[in-house]
Write a protein that binds this ligand. Sequence first.
Ligand code: ADP
Length: 239
Amino acid sequence: MASTLSHELNQPLAAITSYATACENFVDARPPRSEPVRQALRGIRTQAERAGQVIRSVQSFLRRRAVDRSGLDLAALIRGLEPLLRLQAARTGARVVVEVPPGTAVLADRIMLEQVLLNLTRNGFEAMAEVPMADRVLQVVARPLGHDERGERVEVAVVDRGRGVPAEVAPQLFAAFFTTKSEGMGLGLSLCRSVIEQHGGHLQYRPRDGGGSIFAFDLPRLSEADGPRLEPTLPGIAP
Ligand code: ADP
């Protein structure tokens, strides 16, 4: 979504920049020419309204979107993402290793969870663009966390061996519009964190031993006993 938003906003912003340049040229002309300036200003207003519309439609999309939880087999969900992961990986020549114990099931909104995973994996691949080829390994790892006051939990971690996060950057990672990328929007991690919080979990960053980053979040775990209750949305767990 962040990349769509960035694309949709870049067009009106580029148009505004070129209208503004044209205005400067018409004002600098001897004698200054007011009619083309007026036209360019009209263009600026139209484009600014278009950018505003894009932002408003995203806001209303986010407000409308209710969390639609179902029981999801994690390994199956990640298998479904493989074509997209391969596409992301192809750009950097990275390998993807998925380590999910069989039968690991979570309660989550499928589309939202997929978006979170794809955002985190894309960041991981991008972080490895400059490390030696042999080190470009991205892991998606799930492990049971046991029981807390919210019930059984599962941790899902996206682990890369990239350049890591400098200590002074770490506190800002999840702030909206924080980015260190020339083409970045800085919305991915802040959206991922709010999605995970909507699911009653936390998304955290921690450094990886040996270099790289771990972005890990927790979700409610479904046990076999939940299977009959949630069937038929829970393939692989229902009896
Ligand atoms: P964007 O990708 O548009 O910059 P994000 O919110 O996804 O937006 O990320 C914000 C910033 O966090 C990135 O610009 C980058 O500096 C840092 N970051 C995110 N993921 C990683 C990672 N896996 N390794 C190193 N830095 C990361």
